[in-house]
Design a protein around this ligand. Structure first.
Ligand SMILES: Cc1ncc(COP(=O)(O)O)c(C=O)c1O
Length: 415
């Protein structure tokens, strides 16, 4: 049985507020966008910041424009610091969440037989990187058992931390292919207690790619050493920019990405380089500064609305959507977990997902399809090979959800 501990039955935002969000979102007049877990519609402030910078680059020169905007660029670190409750010096910008994750992973000195302990719903690219380390270095990949209700079993996490004392604990906060929200604060509690008994044994990376922008993330409370995310999803920022939180313990222990570049380090002597003291150590020299400035605006925008209010509205919209979808014959909701977020996934017996998605697209309704290869363990456990993912955001309305559901119903009853 699915238990959802969230109980949002009323909207948090007034109709006027939602209208204002839509006025600030030109795309909301063009499409009915339920692919926010892919890339959300950007607000005007994010779009303008990028266009302005590209225009500046075109008349000034790219390097000169970055120098001209150096205060705003510095402020981008500050804003992300506010978002995650950490200092600017703990933030590195990257080109994607995967880039952030792999830089963190590459900084850990894995040896043969070292254990990577992870959840069964981790992001596909993270899983492939672990398997690459299994192949190249001979590390062991150990999975934490899931509760029957979905999400990791905290007792199993505790036992496996104790028995394996892994080199790495890696958790995906919200997987790409289901609405599950892992109990990251409880995980932080287990990890903190373990670390007190076994200090400096285990690094912890939290993949917060789908949770950033949905809910408040406090990197300190989460007890993670690294936290990776991207801006284009629920933060509503541009494509092609992500970020990595790097804890002080990582910097003090002199971890650095394997392929550190001239931004992350200074070449001091012929055979000596010095890594940067801050999280900049994890950055590349080349940046799309227009995207960094757009990312900054996306954070300012999210903070101005309030992360707790955003989360409550997303809970309201996703409960509404799940309740409406479950009345469609042959449609099976796939989301499991004690807490569910704004990624709503479903399967329809006998339907062709591409055809279904195309029919929705024709009605200007955006969704996405997840396939087995995106979450092998989860898909096999659920016994399906695909899922349609509909992911609302706070600028979506109840009327839009009703339209998604009626369009689906009409298309499925045609068959
Ligand atoms: C849970 C999760 N982690 C990581 C990623 C990777 O993000 P990016 O495409 O920015 O590398 C995604 C992308 O969908 C994701 O859903």
């Amino acid at each position: 049985m699915q238990i959802n501990k969230s109980k949002p039955s009323v909207p948090v935002f007034s109709i006027e507020e939602v209208n204002q969000f839509r006025i600030n979102t030109p795309g909301s007049y063009e499409v009915l966008h339920f692919n926010n877990a892919g890339a959300a519609l950007m607000p005007s402030s994010v779009i303008e910041a990028q266009i302005n910078h590209l225009q500046l680059e075109s008349i000034m020169g790219g390097y000169e424009a970055a120098k001209f905007r150096k205060n705003e660029i510095a402020d981008a670190y500050h804003q992300v610091g506010i978002l995650l409750n950490c200092n600017s010096s703990n933030i590195a910008f990257t080109s994607s969440a995967t880039d952030a994750f792999s830089k963190a992973l590459s900084s850990i000195h894995f040896e043969k037989e070292d254990v990577i302990l992870t959840d069964q719903d981790g992001y596909v690219s993270n899983q492939i990187q672990f398997l690459s380390l299994v192949k190249r270095v001979g590390v062991k990949l150990v999975y934490i058992e899931n509760e029957l209700t979905g999400g990791i079993d905290l007792n199993d996490l505790q036992n496996k931390l104790e028995s394996y004392q892994p080199k790495l604990l890696s958790i995906s906060h919200i997987p790409t292919n289901s609405g599950l929200v892992q109990p990251v604060l409880a995980i932080a509690g287990v990890f903190e207690a373990y670390q007190k008994k076994h200090p400096n044994k285990t690094w912890y990376i939290l993949d917060a790619c789908q949770s950033a922008g949905q809910m408040k993330l406090d990197a300190i409370k989460l007890q993670c050493h690294f936290l990776s995310f991207t801006f284009r999803k629920f933060l509503r920022g541009p494509r092609g920019v992500g970020a990595l939180f790097v804890a002080d313990a990582v910097l003090e222990n002199k971890l650095e990405p394997l392929f550190i570049d001239m931004r992350g380090a200074e070449w001091k002597e012929k055979d000596i380089y010095l890594p940067a003291t801050s999280a900049i150590r994890f950055e590349d020299w080349e940046f799309n500064y227009a995207a960094i400035l757009g990312a900054r605006e996306s954070v300012i925008y999210a903070l101005s609305i309030g992360e707790d209010r955003i989360w409550s509205q997303l809970q309201f919209l996703s409960v509404y959507m799940r309740n409406a979808l479950k009345n469609i014959p042959n449609l099976i909701l796939l989301d499991k977990g004690m807490e569910l977020g704004a990624l709503i996934t479903f399967y329809v017996k006998g339907a062709d997902p591409v055809q279904l998605q195309t029919e929705l697209n024709t009605a200007k309704i955006n969704t996405s399809i997840s396939y087995r290869a995106y979450g092998l363990i989860d898909f096999d456990e659920k016994g399906v090979t695909w899922a349609i993912r509909a992911s609302p955001h706070y600028y979506n309305t109840i009327e839009e959800i009703d339209l998604l559901v009626s369009t689906l119903k009409a298309n499925l009853s045609d068959k």
